[in-house]
Design a protein around this ligand. Structure first.
Ligand code: FES
Length: 177
């Protein structure tokens, strides 16, 4: 069962996310390796912020009191996840990529898909996991600031293919499939 919990349409989000938010100066790395990306108050309008952490594009969602940081570009073909709708699917909060509707669990980075179990005589549709496809990162809040610590990139994740700084382009110039 899919329950949409974001009241904001992609076009509205796109308008608000036309620029990097909360980054009036270059991100500064803390002693613990975390990087400040925004103030908590910056999430009030769109509940999402995109930013760059050590040359990596990330999006941070604030949903029902929880922060989730992921690689910004979808693991499938580099779609802009900061423009995706947030939905509750099979008990997990997910972002739906605006390009081809791939479904990604915010807490785990798992790619989810709907299918049927061939052994089920009723062929009831269920949600299954493809495993972790989108890299997630750690988020901490300190003194009203939201900080992101990148996960261990020595273990490959599919979204790595689209995460490096050289691929960062505006929404108008990204090559769409
Ligand atoms: S680029 Fe995200 S679903 Fe294709």
């Amino acid at each position: 069962m899919r329950m949409r919990s974001s009241g904001m349409k992609s076009e509205q989000v796109a308008e608000r996310m036309g620029q990097w938010l909360g980054l009036s100066s270059a991100p500064v790395e803390e002693d613990d390796g975390s990087v400040f990306v925004a103030k908590e108050e910056d999430f009030k309008d769109s509940q999402r912020i995109r930013g760059t952490v050590k040359d990596r594009e990330v999006v941070i969602f604030h949903h029902e009191g929880q922060y989730h940081a992921l690689d910004l570009r979808c693991y499938h073909a580099g779609g802009p996840l900061h423009l995706g709708d947030i939905e509750d699917i099979a008990g997990q909060t997910c972002v739906i990529c605006p390009w081809h509707n791939y479904t990604i669990a915010l807490a785990t980075g798992e790619g989810l898909y709907q299918g049927t179990d061939p052994l089920d005589p009723l062929r009831t549709k269920k949600w299954f996991s493809k495993g972790v496809k989108q890299r997630i990162h750690k988020v901490n809040v300190k003194n009203g600031g939201v900080y992101v610590t990148l996960s261990d990139t020595s273990i490959r994740c599919d979204s790595d293919d689209y995460a490096c700084e050289k691929l960062k382009e505006s929404e108008n110039t990204v090559i769409k499939p």
